[in-house]
Structure formats: C-alpha cells, structure tokens
Design a protein around this ligand. Sequence first.
Ligand code: SF4
Length: 221
Amino acid sequence: MGTPRTPKGRARAIATLLAEEYPEAVCELDHRNPFELLAATILSAQCTDARVNMVTPALFARYPDPPSLAGADLPELEEIIRSTGFYQSKAKNLVGMAQALVERFGGEVPTKLEDLVTLAGVGRKTGNVVRSVAFDLPGLPVDTHVLRLSKRLGLTASDDPVKVEAELGALLPRKEWGDFSLRTILHGRRVCDARKPRCTECLLEPLCPSSLVPRKRRTRA
Ligand code: SF4
C-alpha cells in the first residue's frame, strides 16, 4: 500500500486497516436496550467494562426502567453500584438521568446528542456511545485511547476531546464513526499502550509518524 498524503487519505487508510484487524469490535458493556446502555456507560467512568458488567444484572433487576430508577432510594442504589467507584456521584447521576428521561423525554432515551448531553452524568463521549451503539446513528466517542492514538497517528494535534471529535469526524465517513472509535479503543488496549506502545507489532506502523521503529528498518519494510 502506498502512503496516502492527505489527512483524509491517511485517516481512511488507518480505518481500513483497523477494520481488517478488528472486524469484531463491539461495545463490551452488556445491555439489552438504550436505557441499560446509557446507565452502564455512566457507570463505566473510571471503571472497567468487566466490572460494570458484574454490577448491572443486579442494578437492572432492581431498576428495570427509567421510572423505577428515578424513584430509587439513594443509599440502596449506592450499595448496588459501590464497586464501580465514585458510587455516590454515579448514583446521583443515575437517578437524575432517569428523572430527566421521565420528566422531559416521555421515559425514552433521546437520540439527539444535544438532548443526551443535558442528562446528568452524560457528556459527549457517553452520548456518542449511546447514539452509535444503541441507535446505530453517527457518533464518534472520544475516550482516552481515541485521544492518544489520534494524536500519535497525526490525525490531530489537539488534546481537547471536542476538537478531536470534530477533526476526526471531518476525516471519516459518518457511518464509520462508531466502528472507528471501537476499533481504535481495542488497538489502544492491545497494541498502542499509553506507556509502552508495541510499534514493531503494530499494523499501523507504516502510517504512523510516532512509530518507535528505527527509520532504516521502516524504509525497508
Ligand atoms: S506505530 Fe506505535 S505509536 Fe504508532 S499507532 Fe502503532 S503502536 Fe502506536
């Protein structure tokens, strides 16, 4: 493959390689509907998906829908979600989110990002997860992995997730945003580690300006 010269060409080449490597990339938070995904994503802040998945069966058995969560007893809810960390603020956010769904959105999770970000505990990242995963709508969640890899790959110079979302969004087709994010997160977890990127094993290495592979070896590759 020749090296694409434009940012758009590079972004698409990177997206294609990631799609070949991680065709199976899916959101790893267990959920059965948009409400459960929204709650699970709120819980996933500063917590692993695996840990959230241990907590959500009991959470959704006790509070299966927005009205029941809106009326939750805070101490009881805190106890259920305690192991996800920051459980007091997460419990308040869950109840506030559910109350807003009941009061302002007819008990349904809204699909528009501008509505989603008005909910307690929901920023653009969470809103974009819900849009892309639960509704199959364009949404480009920018988490710590997407932020780090986008910069290393020279797709952005910014550290601001909102700017990175806009810049990546302009480089990639809207229908690919969600999958690009999921695959970039997987690549960040498996290969492009924050501290020790494994550049010699990286399929994106020929396209990466931050590669740690010595230049001579790169030109021979
Ligand atoms: S070449 Fe290295 S820095 Fe670049 S994406 Fe791959 S692992 Fe990350």
